[in-house]
Design a protein around this ligand. Structure first.
Ligand code: SF4
Length: 245
């Protein structure tokens, strides 16, 4: 508490002030980017659809419950890392009742190669128990009910609603956040802001798959450190001043 009070009263160091100014400058730049026209958005998503008509998520699962568990495990971890651990876990327990019977210690053993595994094991057991107690052991197709489960936030709920229940939700992860801002398609300072802006600009007929197209674009083309602009299918539409084409 004392530390927090003190840090608020300190004058920012020059380097920190420069960082803040740079960030604000970046925000202004973001704000000044010419917005995409509806025709440009239509064109971009038409190209994504043409390149990949039925995009799929990369987390392995067999039903809504195993998807939910995989998404919970994927927080701050890669899909590939989660996919290495889940086959054995799901072979041992692929329903809430079996997961609760397996117990937290054994779940921990199955997922210990994944970051934050202790907290995640606790959440997996708690959310499975809650599914049994309140939803008859079934994953509920409602945002409110999903977000009330331990370890489930807005992003996880969006992924489950989209993939398991076909809802046109757009879960903004680190890749979509970067793509939304860098391209100028849906700028925002927070994932929620980017999500709300995507909701506004993406036409309804592309919303079902927009999440996957954007995530795959960010993961394999619009990379964080060195985007592959030369092979990007929306390079002519992208507003990023530093694009290399
Ligand atoms: S042109 Fe480059 S920066 Fe723009 S979306 Fe494509 S890969 Fe990303």
């Amino acid at each position: 508490m004392a530390q927090r009070t003190t840090s608020r009263t300190l004058t920012p160091k020059p380097k920190a002030a420069a960082r803040v100014a740079k960030t604000r400058g970046a925000s202004r730049k973001r704000g000044q980017t010419k917005p995409w026209t509806p025709a440009e958005v239509e064109e971009a998503f038409s190209r994504f659809r043409k390149a990949n008509p039925e995009p799929r998520g990369e987390l392995e699962h067999v039903d809504p419950y195993t998807l939910l568990i995989a998404v919970v495990l994927s927080a701050q971890a890669t899909d590939a890392g989660v996919n290495k651990a889940t086959p054995a876990l799901f072979a041992a327990a692929d329903t809430p009742a079996k997961m609760v019977a397996l117990g937290e210690a054994r779940v921990r053993d199955y997922i210990k190669s994944i970051g934050l595994y202790r907290t995640k094991a606790k959440n997996v057991i708690a959310l499975s128990q809650k599914l049994i107690n309140e939803h008859g052991g079934v994953v509920p197709p409602s945002r409110e009910a999903l977000e009330a489960l331990p370890g489930v936030g807005r992003k996880t709920a969006n992924v489950v609603l989209n993939i398991a229940f076909g809802e046109p939700t757009i879960a903004v992860d680190t890749h979509i956040f970067r793509v939304g801002n860098r391209t100028g398609l849906a700028p925002g300072k927070t994932p929620l802001e980017v999500e709300m802006n995507l909701e506004k600009v993406v036409p309804d007929h592309f919303k079902r798959h927009a999440h996957h197209w954007l995530i795959l674009h960010g993961r394999y083309t619009c990379l964080a450190r060195r985007p592959l602009c030369e092979k990007c299918i929306i390079s002519d539409l992208c507003r990023w001043p530093e694009k290399t084409v």
